[in-house]
Design a protein around this ligand. Structure first.
Ligand code: PGA
Length: 236
């Protein structure tokens, strides 16, 4: 059974979120984690969904305007956090903080979805594997290897996010293998790898043929409750 992670980003006002939740018809919630706006985490928890935050501050307690502490987020019942999503790397310089955030999340016993991925230019220059390894090494530097079992990698090519374009299934399979082999050889951990970037009802059957993939991180296609329910039910 594959894992499904829904990244709702900053979508929905409170009423819309309520409607969204009440029209979800997911038969098996076991392998599903939802990452809503942090303001609405409790709404999902109350309905029996496992939830995660889309980010955490790189400090546990500090005077950092606008940040959310991992301790505050844990009080709302999160079990997961995303770290290093490309939108945060791009707009908030998050690559610089990924290592500290990962450390903090692990120390607080959260499970982590660490996002990595290359730009279109890097892909064209055949730098994909180099970039992915660099992002893994930056995140894992001096991290206690035992705790890495709580980390899942989401391979999200930046050019695929929100674009409707995805790599071929062969490419995703190959890159998934590269990531798993690299982490096993260097860090001695069998890591799970998700694919993210324009996953939707039209391509899920093809994606489901990729045998070494452990699941999906879904953005846009998680915003329509009916279609998203259909997607999750298909995967389960
Ligand atoms: P998308 O987003 O499914 O809209 O491409 C994925 C993500 O940003 O995690």
């Amino acid at each position: 059974m594959k894992l499904v992670y829904a990244n709702l980003k900053m979508h929905f006002l409170k009423d819309e979120m309520q409607n969204y939740i009440s029209s979800l018809t997911i038969y098996n919630k076991d392998n599903l984690v939802i990452f809503p706006s942090s303001l609405y985490l409790s709404m999902f928890k109350d309905k029996g969904y496992e939830v995660g935050s889309q980010d955490i501050s790189f400090k546990e307690r500090a005077s950092l305007t606008g940040d959310l502490s991992v301790l505050q987020l844990k009080e709302t019942g999160i079990t997961y956090t995303l770290i290093g999503h490309s939108e945060r790397r791009q707009y908030y310089n998050d690559s610089k903080y990924v290592h500290d955030k990962l450390n903090l999340a692990l120390n607080n016993h959260l499970k982590i979805v660490l996002c990595i991925g290359e730009t279109l230019e890097e892909r064209k220059n055949n730098e994909t594997i180099t970039i992915l390894r660099k992002e893994i090494d930056e995140a894992f530097l001096n991290i206690n290897k035992e705790s890495l079992s709580n980390v899942i990698i989401a391979y999200e090519p930046i050019w695929s996010i929100g674009s409707g374009i995805i790599p071929s299934t062969d490419e995703i399979k190959e890159i998934t293998k590269e990531i798993k082999d690299y982490i096993l050889n260097k860090y001695n951990v069998n890591i799970k790898v998700l694919y993210g970037g324009s996953v939707n009802l039209d391509n899920i059957d093809d994606l489901e043929t990729i045998s070494n993939l452990d699941g999906y991180l879904v953005g846009t296609a998680s915003l329509d409750s009916l279609k998203f329910s259909e997607l999750v039910n298909k995967i389960n």
